[in-house]
Design a binder for this molecule. Structure first.
Ligand code: ATP
Length: 534
């Protein structure tokens, strides 16, 4: 992972936000190559989900053709949206504070182990990489018992390393950065939404939130889309945009950040066919990652167990990837596909539903009044052909653009051998992106800076640039130029030489096989076009 992080900085994929001021935790900036890569990921998603989706019959049985359409909603929305969606009351992590170190931790991320010395028993804790865990806990136990290094073998252990969530009595807990046991507070709820104020007043009446997900903009516009575009159920609405979550412990490069982009679809269907649609989207979304290059062996589709499911959901699956920063056998979520029933539309219609009740009922306060009132608007759907009126069910494939980009980067990173200028084999670093995702599609090189070659190469470069991102490079030996493009993940390099001037042919070098083929410029262009289209 370290190698990927440093390549990202060196080649301009990702920079720490506000780096010259010491950086900003949980925020990253995409550099010149990174911005192209991420745009390509989002574009591939939009094209798959909206512009180029195949709307002819996809399911056996009743459900058939469907339409897909898009939206781009504002980040700031009416506060009532977050009350009815449940985010205002329920979107939180449990956190604990250390009274001594003044640090704050996520309850589920603090891990530790019971350590024993004579009649003393303490739960020593740490937040660290898995491979450092046992050494760090040993060092913490040694410190807690006031022992010297050579006395370490007096320490006994009771049970395995477990989450702090399994410990009830905090008096015996030795916090990750504390010098004394018993300095941690009880877990408290910490809402993950960023709060701000709209307008000149700075009081409770002006409070607004940065959206923690793009989905709610789609739900509250459901009626607008139906009325204005005349789509018929089943249909989906897609949105790509920024979301914000005040994560307590952002970590693992761009995997868990505070400002990120989501790519979400809310797919509205008849309740009777919703299970079929759930399975359809779950499988289709998994295939998308594979088609763009993530390997089967590093991807899993994990169905949530009944105990993990929200009450309103009859099925949720996560697409997970074996990121290199995770311990062997562990996976990180790329996307969740959830069957949300009619929970969201009903909440925005009637008021916040009680997630613990079944069938779902509006949550009432002690006086019997709705806790958060809905819009009162009728969000049900009337089929223009059958006249059937019902509240649609929703299937939600919800992906993160930053996590997908990171997974494609990790998968692409390869070290292999390539011949240098003298034909000797040397190690090379190459990013084997799918051509569609590659930030630069092709590089054009004149073999040497004379004899009309630069002029001919520039002409080809300008012509190709009208269709896709191309890079022109005339500096240094051709072998070195190839390597620079390998590191940027450029799938093709075209070299213009003396023969080009005579017969209009170039050499086309393939990044992955390093094979060079001589062919007319037009054919080289066509080969690139085909590679980036599929
Ligand atoms: P996690 O359990 O990892 O916090 P989540 O289940 O809360 O994720 P969702 O609310 O389902 O995530 O959001 C949908 C997608 O948005 C996730 O699958 C992920 O790709 C992305 N995402 C969510 N939170 C973050 C974050 N803090 N940083 C980057 N991407 C995120």
């Amino acid at each position: 992972m370290q190698k990927i992080v440093s390549l990202c900085k060196r080649r301009g994929f990702l920079f720490q936000s506000s780096e010259i001021y010491g950086g900003m935790n949980g925020c990253w900036d995409y550099g010149p190559l990174g911005v192209e890569l991420k745009r390509n990921v989002k574009e591939a998603w939009w094209s798959e989900m909206v512009t180029h989706h195949d709307d002819i019959s996809v399911l056996s049985g009743a459900a058939s053709a469907y339409e897909m359409t898009g939206l781009d909603c504002s980040i700031l929305m009416h506060p009532q949206v977050w009350k009815c969606s449940g985010h205002y009351d329920l979107f939180h992590d449990m956190m604990i504070d250390c009274k001594e170190s003044k640090r704050r931790y996520r309850h589920d991320q603090v891990r530790g182990r019971w350590a024993l010395l004579d009649d003393k028993r303490v739960f020593v804790t740490a937040i660290c990489e898995p491979e450092e865990e046992s050494e760090t806990l040993m060092a913490r136990a040694q410190k807690c018992f006031g022992l010297r290094a050579k006395e370490r073998d007096r320490i006994g252990w009771d049970g395995d390393v477990v989450s702090l969530e399994t410990v009830e009595d905090f008096d015996q807990v030795f916090g990750p950065d504390a010098k004394e046991p018993g300095t941690l507070t009880e877990p408290r709820e910490f809402n993950l939404m960023f709060k701000t104020h709209m307008g000149a007043l700075f009081d409770e009446s002006s409070v607004a939130f940065l959206r923690p997900e793009t989905a709610q903009g789609i739900f509250v516009n459901f009626k607008n889309v139906v009325d204005s575009s005349r789509v018929r159920i089943p249909f989906g609405i897609a949105q790509v945009g920024k979301s914000f979550r005040n994560e307590i412990t952002p970590r693992n490069f761009t995997f868990r950040v505070r400002e990120f982009e989501q790519m979400e679809v809310e797919f509205f269907c008849h309740p009777d066919s919703s299970q079929e649609w759930y399975r359809y989207w779950r499988d289709r979304r998994m295939q998308w990652y594979k088609d763009l290059g993530l390997s089967d062996s590093r991807l899993i589709l994990r169905e949530h167990s009944d105990s993990e499911l929200s009450h309103y959901s009859t099925g949720t699956a996560d697409i997970e990837y074996a990121f290199p920063f995770l311990p062997e056998g562990e996976y990180g979520e790329l996307e969740g596909i959830a069957h949300r029933g009619d929970f969201d539309l009903r909440s925005h219609m009637e008021g916040k539903l009680n997630p613990a009740s079944h069938p779902l009922e509006v949550e009432l306060d002690e006086k019997g009044k709705p806790v958060h009132r809905g819009s009162g608007k009728d969000l049900s759907y009337r089929d223009p052909v059958t006249n059937d009126k019902y509240l649609p069910h929703v299937i939600e494939p919800s992906a993160g653009a930053d996590r997908a980009t990171l997974a494609f980067l990790c998968e692409a990173y390869t070290e292999d051998m390539a011949p240098d200028e003298k034909g000797e084999m040397q190690g090379r670093v190459v990013l084997k992106f799918h051509p569609r995702l590659a930030p630069i599609k092709a590089a054009v090189f004149p073999l040497v800076k004379k004899d009309g070659m630069p002029e001919a190469a520039q002409e080809i470069y300008r012509d190709m640039k009208r269709e896709f991102p191309v890079f022109y490079d005339n500096k240094g030996a051709v072998g070195r130029r190839y390597r620079r493009m390998d590191e940027a993940g450029t799938p093709f390099c075209l070299t213009v030489d003396g023969q080009t001037l005579e017969d209009g042919t170039v050499t086309l070098r393939d990044r992955d096989t390093m094979k060079q083929t001589r062919l007319p410029v037009e054919e080289a262009k066509q080969a690139i076009r085909e590679a980036i289209r599929c």
